[in-house]
Every structure is written in structure tokens, then in C-alpha cells.
Design a protein around this ligand. Structure first.
Ligand SMILES: NC(=O)c1ccc[n+]([C@@H]2O[C@H](COP(=O)([O-])OP(=O)(O)OC[C@H]3O[C@@H](n4cnc5c(N)ncnc54)[C@H](O)[C@@H]3O)[C@@H](O)[C@H]2O)c1
Length: 447
């Protein structure tokens, strides 16, 4: 790979793709009425004027709409990918050409380039960061703690080129950060418990208008979409194994059932397993499900959920995918150790031959919905990114007042986003009568 200058204004596949990116970004915009309203207000109020934002998010049409909202608010913005396979190159081109966003992302980039792009987003010198998986915040804290050996090579190289004062200034400049996903929030809460957070975080994932809708309905639909686009498999009549019955797993199980599959859930949490069972799904350990499943998908946020002892039991032609944040849920090194042969049989489908049986792994175990499909539909990202935009504004409003901890957006923000979304969907609801308000606030009425 040619050396990429850290201060290059952008690093993308091809600027000539911008027209297509613009067309598709406008298509997503139609389904993002809440974010659109926030953008209109931001264009007047300019709440992020003078701030530099570095964002590490999936570079999709929906993210493009968020970037346009941050720009309307007056921010200078750098954007790198939060996954090497999720970048839409045409969208990257559109953001660079038409919105002055410094994009560092190329679909299918190797690890070296991926981390070089993260280094470029850090070198941008952010006042605020937005993460999807805590890559930027994680790197900033490794720098703050002097744990340079724990940094990926290109980031370490950048930091080694800086003086001690410059490193301190880089971290000290950051006023706060927002985090999009469950896995990132878990990491940040672990940092808060260790007492090492250097600035406040807003956990966007903890907003109800985020995880109840994005994780459940967004992941549910787009994961099925990704599996079908990668394989064109028929789900009706298949045995579909969902590992993890959290917000994502609930949505995925629901949509797989809707497509006619017999759904099996695996869990480690008794409450989640009980809920899955009472929602009407079979629940069993992966060791039992392995021999039955036709399609497997992990959504746990955990490591090595499907391992060699499971792969050994699988049927010929079993399809294996992951929709959890990191590509660690499938033990692919373990699978490679079992396999006598390995080859790509179709885009996004790698076949491993294990004891004469073909095991089909999709998208190298990376987020399937963003690898072989387009990620969540814009309509659901409308609420997630409304939270992101308002979280950036909130961090600026609260400068110097928030603890160095992981915070939620105030519940009133959740309620307002839900209200705006319902209004956009032309759904009306009842309001409390005065009598009902009084009744709900009293303890002695109605007994
Ligand atoms: N694909 C996407 O676009 C997308 C969107 C949102 C979240 N995510 C990611 O998906 C993952 C899950 O998110 P969530 O919001 O559903 O989390 P969650 O915490 O609500 O649910 C995770 C569930 O997995 C279970 N689990 C943990 N280890 C397990 C194991 N070994 N076997 C079976 N079950 C196990 C947990 O008990 C829990 O019920 C996270 O990594 C998150 O970041 C992906």
C-alpha cells in the first residue's frame, strides 16, 4: 500500500462515483423526516459552529444524512469507517465532493488501511467524536495512558511522530463523544468502571428510540436481507438458528419466522431464554442446535459463540453468518484448522470443507447486513441518527458540566424523537384528560 499522508483531505475509492452517491443519499433522506427537521433547526441555530467532529461510523447513505446535519450545524467533519466492508464508495465520494466532509474510507480496505483511516480521523484534531464500536475513543485512551503497544500499527506510527505535549493536547481537546452500538457502550462502561475515562460519553444506544427500533427492527430486517442477498437461499422450511436473544436477536428471530423458517434460539441468559421460549421459539444449547440448523446467525456481542466443536456437527451446506458488531463471534481460525479445503464459491460466500461437508461462511464473519446488504433501512436510522445529532448538541450545551462517565440522553429527548417520528408517520395518539392526569398523580383516588 502506498503511504497515505495523515493530513490528506480525504482518501476514498473514486470521486467520479459522487453522482450515484448523491442520488442514493437523497433516496434515504426521503425516509428520514426527523433528522431533516433537526437539520433545518441546526442550520438556523448552528449549535456546532467552530467544532471539529471526527466520526467513525458505517459510511452509508443514512450516515451521509447525519454528516449533512452536522455540517448544517456548523461543524467541520472527518469520517472514517467503523468496519472495512461496510463503506459505500459512492456515498464517500458524494460527501467529499458536495458537502466538504473529509472522508477516509474505502470498501474492502485491508486492516492497515482501515487503521490508517482511523489515524487520519484522529489527526483531524476533534473536539467531539462519534463512534460505532468505540474505535476512536479506545485509541484516544490508549494514547492518554501511554499504552502505545496496544495501538494498531498505523495509529502507533502517527502517535510516535508526535511530541508528548502534542499527544496530551490531542486527548485534552476532546470535549466528549457519542457511541452508537451495544458493543461500544459495553466497552465504554468498562472504562468508566476502571475510572480511566478522560471525557464524558453519551451512549446513543441507551436511548429507547435507538435500541428498541434500530437493533430490533433494523437488524432483524437487514440481517435477513444480507443473508438472502449473499446466498439467495430459501428461508421457508429451513431451520434458522439465532444466537443471542437481545434486541437484535428478537428482531432477527421475528423476521426469520415471518419468512417461514423454524427458528431456534441459543442463549446464556435465563431471562432472555425464557422470553424466547414464551415468544414461541425453540431454545437449546448451540451444541444441540449445531446438528439441526440450516442457517446460523450470531448477534450476541460476544466472542467465539460458534466454535470448532459446533462446526464439526453441522450439516452439509450449513450457512453461517454474524450480525454482531465485531467479527469475533465465529471462531473462523478454529474452522480453518478443521477444514481440508477452503475457497470462495460466490461473492461473500466462503466454503470450508470439513469431513466432506461444506460449511458456508458469509462475509468473513463480519456484520452481514452491512457487508452484503445496505445496512438498516433509512426510516429506522432516522431515529438513531436523530439521537446522534442531538447528542452532539447536548455535549456542546453541557460543556464542562458532565462527569467523565457514560450518560444517556435525557428521557425528554427520547419522547420528542418518538413524537416527531409518529407525526411523520401520520399516526395520532390520545392525550391524557385532566382527570386522568390527576388520577395518575394521586394515591387515594379510585380505591
Ligand atoms: N448488525 C447491526 O447492524 C447491529 C445493530 C445494532 C447492534 N449490533 C450489535 O449486535 C450485538 C448484539 O446487540 P444487542 O443490542 O442485541 O445486545 P443485547 O445485549 O441486547 O443482547 C445480546 C444477547 O446475547 C446473549 N449472549 C451473550 N453471549 C452469548 C452466547 N455465548 N450464546 C448465546 N447468547 C449469548 C446475551 O445474553 C444477550 O441476551 C452487539 O455486538 C451490537 O453492537 C449490530
Amino acid at each position: 500500500m502506498a503511504t497515505i499522508a495523515l493530513d490528506a483531505p480525504h482518501h476514498i475509492r473514486d470521486l467520479a462515483l459522487a453522482d450515484e452517491g448523491k442520488r442514493r443519499t437523497e433516496w434515504a433522506e426521503r425516509s428520514m423526516p426527523v433528522l431533516r427537521q433537526i437539520r433545518e433547526r441546526f442550520a438556523k441555530d448552528r449549535p456546532l459552529a467552530g467544532r471539529r467532529l471526527s466520526c467513525c461510523l458505517h459510511v452509508t447513505t443514512e450516515t451521509a444524512n447525519l454528516m449533512m446535519t452536522l455540517r448544517a450545524a456548523g461543524a467541520e467533519v472527518a469520517l472514517c469507517a467503523s468496519n472495512p466492508l461496510s463503506t459505500q464508495d459512492d456515498v464517500a465520494a458524494h460527501l467529499v465532493r458536495d458537502h466538504g466532509v473529509h472522508v477516509f474510507a474505502i470498501k474492502g480496505e485491508d486492516n492497515e488501511t482501515y487503521y490508517t483511516h482511523i489515524a487520519q480521523a484522529l489527526a483531524f484534531g476533534p473536539d467531539l467524536t462519534q463512534d460505532d464500536g468505540a474505535d476512536l475513543v479506545g485509541a484516544l485512551h490508549m494514547i492518554a495512558l501511554g499504552r502505545l503497544d496496544d495501538l494498531a500499527g498505523p495509529i502507533r506510527a502517527m502517535v510516535e511522530g508526535m511530541s508528548a505535549d502534542e499527544r496530551t493536547a490531542l486527548v485534552a481537546k476532546v470535549e466528549g463523544s457519542t457511541e452508537e452500538t451495544t458493543t461500544g457502550v459495553i466497552r465504554l462502561k468498562a472504562m468508566a468502571v476502571e475510572g480511566i475515562l478522560r471525557f464524558p460519553i453519551v451512549a446513543v444506544n441507551d436511548s429507547l428510540t435507538k435500541h428498541m427500533f434500530d437493533n430490533r427492527y433494523g437488524t432483524g430486517q437487514s440481517t435477513i436481507d444480507g443473508i438472502i442477498r449473499a446466498t439467495n437461499t430459501l428461508l421457508a422450511g429451513s431451520a434458522f438458528v439465532v444466537a443471542g436473544y437481545g434486541w437484535c436477536g428478537r428482531g432477527l428471530a421475528m423476521r426469520a419466522r415471518g419468512a417461514g423458517a423454524k427458528v431456534i434460539v441459543t442463549e446464556v441468559d435465563a431471562l432472555a431464554a425464557l422470553e424466547a421460549r414464551m415468544d414461541g421459539f425453540d431454545v437449546m444449547p448451540m451444541a444441540d442446535a449445531a446438528a439441526i440448523g440450516d442457517v446460523f446467525c450470531t448477534v450476541t456481542g460476544n466472542i467465539h459463540v460458534i466454535r470448532p466443536e459446533h462446526f464439526r456437527l453441522m450439516k452439509d451446506g450449513a450457512i453461517i453468518a454474524n450480525s454482531g458488531h465485531f467479527n469475533v463471534e465465529l471462531d473462523l481460525d478454529g474452522l480453518a484448522g478443521l477444514a481440508s479445503e477452503r475457497r470462495e464459491v460466490r461473492e461473500f460466500v466462503e466454503e470450508y470443507l470439513v469431513n466432506g461437508r461444506r460449511i458456508l461462511v458469509l462475509a468473513e464473519g463480519r456484520l452481514i447486513n452491512l457487508s452484503s446488504a445496505e445496512g438498516h433501512p433509512a426510516s429506522v436510522m432516522d431515529m438513531s441518527f436523530a439521537n446522534q445529532a442531538l447528542a452532539a448538541e447536548y455535549l456542546v450545551e453541557q460543556t464542562g458540566q458532565l462527569d467523565k462517565a457514560v450518560h444517556r440522553l435525557p428521557p425528554a429527548v427520547d419522547a420528542e424523537i418518538a413524537r416527531l417520528k409518529l407525526a411523520a408517520m401520520e399516526v395520532a395518539i390520545d392525550t391524557l384528560t385532566e382527570e386522568q392526569v390527576t388520577y395518575l398523580a394521586s394515591w387515594d383516588a379510585g380505591t
